[in-house]
Design a protein around this ligand. Structure first.
Ligand code: FES
Length: 90
């Protein structure tokens, strides 16, 4: 499914760049950069955030946790999403 019509990005492409690690995108704009483009209208930001949130939930279900080092984990969008859902402010 195309989630960004401006750049013709699919949900699969977005998920593919959400591998955990120090280069993990932290914002929808960073997802665009990971995929070699930049946001234009911004209409896809909410959908991309939802995909990022689903990726976190999937990792939590699989008990994979966060594989980044401490420096990354403290500002990783996936951790921030988790903290927001749990009512914890980072
Ligand atoms: S739909 Fe993604 S930038 Fe316009």
């Amino acid at each position: 499914m195309i989630v960004c019509s401006c750049n013709v990005l699919s949900d699969g492409a977005v998920r593919a760049c959400l591998s955990r690690g120090p280069d993990c995108p932290r914002t929808p704009a960073q997802v665009h950069a990971c995929l070699g483009c930049s946001p234009k209208c911004g209409g896809c930001a909410r959908t991309i955030r939802s995909i990022m949130q689903a990726a976190l939930q999937g990792a939590a279900k699989e008990s994979l946790g966060h594989a980044c080092g401490e420096g990354c984990a403290s500002s990783c969008s996936l951790v921030l999403f988790q903290s927001a859902e749990e009512g914890i402010t980072a």
